[in-house]
Ligand binder design. Structure first.
Ligand SMILES: [Zn+2]
Ligand SMILES: [Zn+2]
Length: 136
């Protein structure tokens, strides 16, 4: 049974999974802000092997403050950001919440890198706030 599906704006990249998300988080780091052109990246984290991906995202790699790389995947045709790979947690795949067919299922429990959160960005009072990335 498919629990989550989605893709880019033009349909060249599609994904689906029957796995439950490991985590849903908002990342306010500067790299995510630049990549998304917005206040933060809303990311659904899934076990990598559980996601069926169609199409070939193009990846752009940045190295975060902790020295570990993040690769953000986007559609080479329409430019939509769809996926994210983390060097630190190689067995997961991040999916951009806005790329979901039903984005309303997104329920973040954490805000990361709140030290670079913007003053025009309002965070939900109930989420866990971490000044940097995930601990450990
Ligand atoms: Zn596309
Ligand atoms: Zn980030």
């Amino acid at each position: 049974m498919t629990t989550l599906s989605g893709g880019c704006a033009c349909g060249a990249i599609r994904y689906e999974t029957s796995a439950e998300p490991v985590l849903m988080l908002n990342c306010h780091c500067r790299d995510c802000q630049q990549a998304n052109g917005s206040a933060y990246a809303a990311i659904v984290v899934l076990p990598k092997g559980a996601v069926q991906l169609q199409g070939e995202p193009r990846y752009y790699k940045t190295v975060g403050g902790g020295g570990k790389a993040v690769e953000r995947g986007f559609c080479p045709t329409c430019g939509s950001h769809v996926t994210a790979k983390l060097e630190r947690i190689p067995d997961v795949l991040g999916l951009q919440a806005g790329s979901l067919d039903n984005p309303s299922v997104y329920k973040p429990t954490m805000d990361l890198f709140t030290t670079s959160a913007q003053p025009w960005d309002c965070m939900h009072p109930d989420t866990q706030k971490l000044p940097q990335g995930l601990p450990g």
